[in-house]
Design a binder for this molecule. Structure first.
Ligand code: C2E
Ligand code: MG
Ligand code: MG
Length: 649
């Protein structure tokens, strides 16, 4: 309690240390207010000189000679002279021509002191003549508001000034007859009331300024700092790069944009949890900041960082950054991948340069031992496709270039069609037919995947609706969901409104989520999946066995169907271990109460083996490649596929 009280007193008196930012803000505020106040002073002094000149030269019966005129106006000239110096200083300081703040303080203190001496001098004469000491009051007020110091300085200064001056007036003022003049008690009360009021004004202005400074310091910090790590953010990066590239002395081709990605960071997050992951990112970011201190550096997002550096020192930077990562992650293997791009001209924006560096970096993903790749002309074509995808996804959705292809899924025991997987294709007027490999990861990277997926889900529901309307048997469809779909849209709401709109029984829609999406224990994703399951949609775990965290995922989530990745099928015949693993996976799924599906079945031997070990469903080129809806219907009509009567999960 006492500590709190003392601390607030210390704060009130301004005894706490201000940050550099607050100090600078206060000095700048003093410069601004002194500029306005002093300009006003210049006008007043000029007016006073004109008035005195009129009175003693033009209107007087005997015009004053030059020395007499100067004697009458010397104080005004003095003030005018100092005021002009102060204004010149203020203007030069504001324009950045003078940097020294000490010089400014000295100039302003001299000016305030001069004003006070002038006020005291004039008021002393007035006091002796029995008049009010208005001039002193005005000048004291002027000086106190002209410069705002820390409260304790203002208190000491004003108290000494007022007590000192009243002592001086009381002891050294005599009227014309030589009788000592003493301040009346009523005037004395007003005198000290003014002192207290002035102190309070000075304190309140000071705190007001500090609050303003703290707020704008915080805003400035937020604007340029990355929330999680505290290193510069992309806004800061953008402004600094623009500044650098705008400098005519900088040759763009001497510079290099770097994009850095920490490969396998996701595994670190999965294994050690989010909190540890964040801590790791903070450490790495701050150590990278040190590495790139001669250049411009920022965190772009997730585990991605960017820098603009001198090309000549490229290897040094990359080696240092690689070493930082090697030192910081004893528990999990992670590697640094770096992409580079050297701008061709200064007009290339930092966004496009970082994108190119990122693109080059993406090309060495999972390439063991390769740390750096620089963007070159040969990459232009595929890079432009990437840009094209990002820029045209809306149009592609709108104009129907996004198409759903259906790949048959059959029961392993009788080969009858028990469902289809909906797979996206982009039939573009410029680039032609594009497979998901070309656009899914790009859309995910740019957080646009939900636009495509929403379009796919709607088309699937529409096709199913047509089947129902036309009296055909409904073929259940499984659809792919990206982890980001759950962040970028309300999947539960989207799916429920689609099945309502197209009047589709929910059990015919299966939601496929890849195991890699589920590694992190994201509360919101888990909640959404549980909710979808409660509502009657079946949940399928896709690509099981292709990632690192499969078993964890099975422990933490509930799935209806386990889709085994096709990795186990390559050379199945010769690879006994793969056969055993497959058998174990099917057995484990069975024990966990899940049905099974193996994808990528291309040979009848693989199909036979999978049937033997009890895998329920099969999907692969052996049964059919992904095809348009009309083709699928046609094949069913032609008897190529027989739709099962068996009820699915
Ligand atoms: P996935 O979900 O694991 O889909 C299976 C992929 O394996 C499909 O590739 C399919 O054409 C291919 N495939 C099926 N049978 C065989 C086979 O016997 N042999 C071989 N070699 N491949 C086979 P596709 O259509 O290129 O899709 C690739 C991936 O793209 C999908 O993997 C899925 O993760 C993603 N994807 C596709 N469509 C969508 C979509 O609409 N939304 C989202 N978010 N992702 C999608
Ligand atoms: Mg799938
Ligand atoms: Mg799959």
């Amino acid at each position: 309690m006492l500590k709190k009280f003392l601390s607030s007193i210390v704060g009130l008196l301004g005894l706490k240390k201000d940050s550099e930012y607050v100090k600078n803000h206060n000095i700048d505020a003093n410069v601004s207010s002194s500029m306005y106040n002093t300009s006003l002073m210049i006008v007043i002094e000029i007016w006073m000189i004109i008035r005195y000149t009129k009175r003693y030269v033009f209107d007087a019966e005997i015009p004053a000679d030059f020395p007499t005129w100067l004697k009458y106006t010397k104080n005004f000239w003095g003030l005018l002279f100092v005021a002009i110096i102060v204004v010149i200083y203020d203007v030069m300081y504001k324009k950045g021509k003078i940097k020294s703040r000490t010089l400014g303080n000295v100039v302003m203190i001299l000016f305030a002191g001069y004003c006070l001496i002038f006020g005291m001098y004039v008021s002393h004469h007035d006091f002796a003549a029995g008049k009010m000491i208005t001039c002193f009051f005005v000048m004291a007020l002027y000086a106190a508001c002209l410069l705002i110091w820390k409260p304790y300085v203002s208190i000491i200064f004003l108290t000494v000034l007022f007590f000192g001056y009243s002592y001086y007036l009381d002891n050294y003022t005599f009227d014309k007859e030589g009788v000592q003049v003493i301040m009346l008690s009523g005037d004395r009360v007003n005198y000290y009331t003014l002192l207290i009021t002035l102190i309070m004004i000075a304190i309140s202005i000071y705190h007001q300024r500090v609050n303003e400074a703290v707020k704008s310091e915080e805003l400035e910090r937020i604007a340029v700092e990355d929330d999680l790590t505290g290193v510069p953010n992309m806004y800061y990066f953008g402004t600094q790069c623009k500044k650098m590239m705008g400098d005519a002395a900088v040759k763009p081709s001497d510079k290099l944009y770097l994009f850095m990605n920490i490969e396998n960071f996701k595994t670190y997050n999965d294994q050690l949890g989010y909190e540890k992951g964040n801590e790791f990112l903070k450490n790495i970011a701050n150590r990278f900041k040190e590495v790139f201190k001669d250049g411009i550096f920022a965190r772009q997002s997730d585990d991605h960082f960017v820098a603009l550096v001198n090309k000549a020192k490229k290897d040094e930077y990359i080696n240092k950054a690689v070493n930082v990562l090697a030192e910081e992650h004893p528990e999990v293997y992670m590697s640094l991948k770096v992409g580079g791009y050297s701008p061709v001209n200064r007009e290339e924006t930092q966004e496009i340069c970082c994108d190119r560096a990122r693109y080059a970096c993406g090309l060495i993903k999972n390439k063991y031992g390769e740390v750096y790749r620089e963007y070159d002309k040969k990459m232009d074509e595929s890079f432009h496709l990437r840009q094209y995808i990002v820029n045209h996804i809306d149009q592609a959705v709108e104009k129907g270039y996004i198409k759903v292809y259906y790949q048959p899924v059959v029961w392993s025991k009788d080969g009858k069609l028990c469902g289809c997987e909906a797979l996206a294709r982009w039939d573009d007027p410029v680039y032609g037919f594009l497979s998901p490999g070309k656009f899914i990861s790009v859309l995910e990277e740019c957080r646009l995947i939900h636009k495509l997926d929403k379009c796919i889900y709607e088309q699937v529901c529409k096709d199913m609706h047509t089947s129902i309307k036309e009296g055909r048997k409904v073929i259940p469809v499984s659809m792919n969901f990206s982890r980001l779909d759950f962040e970028l849209m309300d999947v539960v709401q989207v799916m429920t409104s689609l099945v309502e709109k197209y009047e589709i029984p929910k059990e015919n829609i299966h939601i496929e989520v890849t195991e890699s999406a589920l590694g992190e224990k994201q509360g919101s994703l888990k909640t959404a999946l549980n909710r979808l399951r409660e509502l009657g949609f079946a949940l399928w775990l896709d690509d099981f066995g292709s990632g690192y965290s499969s078993l964890n995922v099975l422990k933490d989530y509930k799935f209806d169907v386990l889709k085994v990745d096709m990795v186990f099928l390559s050379n199945l015949q010769e690879n006994e271990s793969a056969q055993k693993i497959l058998a174990c996976i099917i057995d484990m799924a069975d024990r966990l109460g899940m049905q099974t599906l193996t994808e990528g079945v291309e040979s009848s031997q693989a199909a036979e083996y999978l049937n033997k070990i009890g895998c329920g469903r099969l999907q692969g080129y052996l049964y059919g490649k992904p095809m348009p809806y009309e083709e699928l219907i046609e094949k069913i009509r032609a008897g190529e596929f027989e739709i099962t009567d068996e009820k699915m999960c």
